[in-house]
Design a protein around this ligand. Structure first.
Ligand code: ATP
Length: 266
């Protein structure tokens, strides 16, 4: 369904970043450039959830922005069935729903206006908005504040509106960058249940997270990105089996240590 192959992405650093001492220790920086991604590959089938893990700064957001066609890779491929995301970004946008760290909602518009504006950009018709969209609103628990201005909503409320906006055009693939970060237990629960529902409806869902319990609950596949490379990409079961006691935290540490040992040896 969605196949990501050998992505690379280099950022040119500005003069200030070049002088920034904190960057000097990162082996990915040299000669005024930062190699954010050097080799990232994974895939996710219809009706599957892929949990994307990795330490801070590993390259998860960079990879997800490329998937959503917000950013162009230097090399590598992203394909959704027959559609080449890099070559046909407009077509790809119809097939992908993307939730990024920044909500991108218009504060002075109501939640409903935000969602419907985005829906119309994607050619969603009024009949659908009047009927089936209500199911999305109910499933996300946002019905009672749809007509309030976004600037007056809490972080959790805004996040759920952003998710509604990301799925309103019925994408084949849903990409969520840290969807539960900073949210309370109830908002988190609703979002995790919503991901499960999308999976049951046949959507391929890719979400990044620092919470291993979310991966245990939802993921069929796991990809770990470390230092711009996919250090592990396989089923949840294979990930568990990396540790003798099938503990996900230990599996995660195992992947990172192996990767570091490898980097040290070259
Ligand atoms: N435009 C840019 N210019 C220079 N460096 C960048 C740029 N965007 C990202 N980076 C660097 O690329 C690296 C990967 O960043 P990215 O945001 O993809 O990491 P992440 O895995 O999502 O981290 P986190 O878990 O903290 O959100 C970081 O070191 C970041 O500073």
């Amino acid at each position: 369904m969605i196949c990501v192959e050998n992505l690379t992405k280099t950022f040119t650093l500005n003069t200030r970043s070049k002088k920034d001492r904190s960057h000097k220790v990162d082996p990915r920086q040299h000669d005024g450039v930062f190699n954010a991604l050097t080799d990232v590959s994974f895939h996710c089938e219809r009706g599957e959830v892929l949990g994307l893990l990795g330490p801070n700064g590993a390259g998860k957001t960079t990879a997800l922005r490329i998937l959503s066609s917000a950013l162009k890779p230097d090399s590598g491929a992203v394909r959704i069935n027959e559609v080449d995301v890099v070559r046909s970004p407009l077509l790809a946008k119809q097939k992908i729903g993307f939730l990024s760290g920044k909500t991108g909602l218009y504060g002075r518009l109501t939640a409903r206006e935000n969602i419907e504006f985005f829906a119309r950009l994607h050619g969603v018709n009024d009949e659908y908005l009047a009927t089936e969209a209500e199911t999305i609103y109910r499933n996300l628990g946002i019905v009672h504040y749809l007509d309030r201005r976004v600037e007056h909503l809490s972080t959790g409320m805004q996040q759920k509106v952003s998710i509604a906006r990301a799925v309103i055009h019925k994408p084949d693939v849903l990409v969520l960058d840290e969807p539960t970060t900073g949210l309370d237990i109830m908002a988190t629960e609703i979002i995790l249940e919503f991901i499960q529902l999308m999976k049951e409806q046949g959507t391929a869902v890719i979400f990044s997270t620092h919470h291993l319990d979310e991966v245990a609950m939802l993921a069929d596949r796991v990809t770990v990105i470390d230092q711009g490379k996919s250090a592990f990409s396989d089923s949840l079961q294979a990930f568990r089996e990396l540790s003798a006691d099938r503990d996900l935290r230990r599996s995660f540490m195992h992947v990172l240590n192996l990767e570091k040992a490898y980097v040290a040896s070259i």
